[in-house]
Design a protein around this ligand. Structure first.
Ligand SMILES: [Ca+2]
Length: 272
């Protein structure tokens, strides 16, 4: 019986993979895509980033890591719209806060079902524009040292220099998700430079970051997760991992949804 359920789970997963893989562009970074995770990074110190949550599909007890997300407040997390574009997934989605090793129960995890999915109304799956969604949990998180929120970058926030991508995505292109949370430092690439690589696909509401020489990047399975900038003692969410050509390729930075463009929308939607 359990074998059957597992079988159905794999079929479901395969269907999802097929249904999303047919749109090759814009090369989303959720774990349904063949590809990778954080590349050229390192394991984070446990619970150093208490705002990072993992988004998973619980298909009758079969767990699949899907994406990352970040805690906005006790009841809401923010992720990429492409992580939740399938309605069925909304029903099966869970978020886990306070996690570090996905394969171990560490006693700090807070698992929540999702009761409401708000994808941006102008999200365009073909262009990855407005690739942002808010998820409401069935029960508030209990904030403590391992579980907390972070600041959203406000509308006038100018992101430059080094930023950090965090996630459980693949460690190399084509690899499986990582068991432990990883971080990688990348550099912001301005829109003009980024358009030299990707052309008009780069909209003002996207933020590019990478390593000119390649070798450091977010990757498949990191989608929806945070790109952050620390200023003094405050960590700001500046980007949401969205897409990119390959992972850690020279001249092809990662592309992130630029949070400052959506600050007002996030604030409005999460106040109810
Ligand atoms: Ca764990």
């Amino acid at each position: 019986m359990s074998a059957c359920i597992q079988c159905v789970g794999y079929i479901y997963f395969a269907c999802i993979t097929l249904s999303t893989a047919k749109g090759a562009f814009p090369f989303y970074r959720d774990s349904k895509q063949p590809g990778i995770k954080i590349v050229g990074g390192r394991e984070t110190i446990e619970h150093r980033y208490p705002f990072v949550v993992n988004l998973r599909i619980n298909f009758f007890g079969n767990i699949f890591h899907s994406c990352g997300a970040s805690i906005v407040n006790e009841e809401w997390v923010v992720t990429a719209a492409h992580c939740v574009q399938n309605n069925l997934e909304g029903v099966l989605l869970e978020v886990v806060a306070g996690d570090h090793n996905l394969k171990l129960f560490e006693g700090t995890e807070q698992v929540r079902k999702i009761t409401q999915v708000i994808s941006h109304k102008d999200y365009n799956p073909n262009s990855a524009e407005n690739d942002i969604a808010l998820l409401r949990t069935h029960k508030a998180f209990v904030f403590r040292s391992e579980v907390n929120n972070l600041e959203m970058a406000p509308p006038d926030f100018e992101t430059s220099g080094d930023v950090m991508a965090i996630g459980w995505g693949a460690l190399f292109s084509g690899g499986k998700p990582s068991d432990t949370l990883q971080e990688v430092t990348v550099e912001v690439v301005d829109d003009l430079d980024c358009r030299r690589s990707y052309g008009d696909s780069i909209k003002d509401s996207m933020l590019c970051a990478g390593d000119k020489n390649g070798g450091r990047d977010s990757c498949q399975g990191d989608s929806g997760g945070p790109l952050v900038k620390q200023i003094n003692d405050t960590i700001y969410l500046v980007g949401i991992t969205s897409w990119g050509y390959g992972c850690a390729e020279p001249e092809y930075p990662g592309v992130y949804t630029e949070v400052s463009y959506f600050y007002d929308w996030i604030t409005e939607m999460t106040q109810s």
